[in-house]
Design a protein around this ligand. Structure first.
Ligand SMILES: Nc1ncnc2c1ncn2[C@@H]1O[C@H](COP(=O)(O)OP(=O)(O)O)[C@@H](O)[C@H]1O
Ligand SMILES: [Mg+2]
Length: 341
């Protein structure tokens, strides 16, 4: 039998931590991502993995999580971005977020490391919807132009899955960079490894910031927080970004301030024909939370006015070259497109 890597084992764990022998692993025919720890650290990781000794981090991962964790965070550790992993903040189906002690590369005491689970992409429903109009990004966040790699990405081979995984992570990282530069309330991102993003941690050493859905805002906070969120959305639209999974679950609340998180699925208004529908869903979900806090809005109007004031059209543009002149429906669509919003 082919040797399984720790990733394979971790991927096969169900949520109770049971290992399923028949589970399909995440094969790695050729490394896509160079930002892994060096051979020395890899060797160290392997030794730990094989002998299942506890690694000297404060956080003691489960046996199969350990290999995955070190594989994902080894690079940060080696590059002295982090010196310790303190605690797992959240473990989800798509990613787990760990609180780390900073290694001194930046002048903050704590950092958050978002580590993606290999099966994340397989869990992703309708991920094709999010891939429309997005470049495939390499490990440096640059568009991949290599046709072989693009074909693999399209065909969903195992190798293609690695490329998609990497591109997915880099879309989140690039978005955080862009939005942080633009002054939006997002965690400042610092570095990526082949499977993780390192960013500012929101919270204190004792308590991580809760997500907004778990918070009952004081009555004086509701309007200012809503306004701040809308300002963030304006910034995002100006930068050509729709979050795509925005809701109170992806907003952190700490000391009366908000931070938007979780960006891998971003879509681009000028390149995605359903961007407005996706945007409207984001606004709807936010409004549902604020409704529960006593603030009523008309989400349909709000979404349309934000969209238009950012200069986008409500109707998707369809290029004439993509229309069939013989098709009466296409003719109808063409006439629709000519109308002003
Ligand atoms: N920078 C951060 N600081 C503090 N907690 C964070 C940070 N980023 C994420 N978290 C926590 O981890 C959880 C999962 O992160 P998220 O990016 O939303 O990934 P997922 O795709 O698993 O929802 C969040 O709900 C939040 O509780
Ligand atoms: Mg989330």
């Amino acid at each position: 039998m082919e040797a399984k890597t720790s990733l394979d084992y971790y991927d096969a764990l169900d949520d109770e931590g049971q290992f399923d022998e028949s589970g399909k692993g995440f094969r790695n025919p050729r490394p896509v991502r160079p930002k892994k720890a060096s051979a020395a650290v890899q060797q160290f990781i392997k030794k730990q993995d094989d002998s299942s000794q506890a690694v000297d981090f404060t956080y003691k991962p489960a046996r199969f999580e350990e290999g995955w964790l070190l594989d994902s965070l080894g690079y940060f550790f080696e590059q002295k971005w982090i010196s310790d992993v303190l605690v797992k903040l959240k473990g989800g189906k798509e990613a787990s977020v760990y609180l780390c002690r900073s290694g001194g590369q930046v002048d903050v005491p704590l950092l958050a490391a978002k580590v993606f689970r290999p099966r994340m992409l397989r869990n992703l429903k309708n991920d094709r919807m999010y891939l429309v109009g997005r470049d495939v990004l390499d490990e440096d966040g640059k568009q991949i132009l290599d046709l072989g790699m693009l074909k693999a990405h399209h065909n969903r081979s195992v190798y293609g899955e690695q490329i998609r995984h990497q591109s997915w992570i880099m879309h989140e990282f690039q978005t955080l960079l862009k939005l942080n530069d633009a002054g939006a309330d997002v965690p400042k991102p610092y570095e990526t490894s082949h499977n993780a993003i390192l960013m500012d941690y929101i919270g204190s050493e004792e308590t991580a910031a809760p997500t907004l859905n778990t918070v009952n805002l004081g009555s004086h906070e509701v309007k200012p927080i809503f306004k701040r969120l809308m300002q963030n959305i304006e910034i995002m639209l100006k930068k050509g970004i729709v979050h795509g999974d925005l809701s109170a679950y992806n907003v952190l609340y700490w000391e009366e301030q908000i931070t938007l998180i979780d960006f891998p699925q971003v879509v681009f208004p000028q390149r995605h024909p359903a961007a407005f529908q996706i945007f409207r869903r984001d606004i709807n979900r936010l409004c549902t939370y604020f409704e529960s806090q006593g603030l009523h809005n008309d989400p349909a109007n709000l979404a349309a006015s934000q969209w238009k004031s950012a200069g986008y059209r409500l109707r998707p543009e369809v290029h004439p070259a993509e229309m069939n002149a013989e098709d009466p429906q296409a003719g109808e669509l063409w006439r629709e497109n000519q109308k002003p919003d």
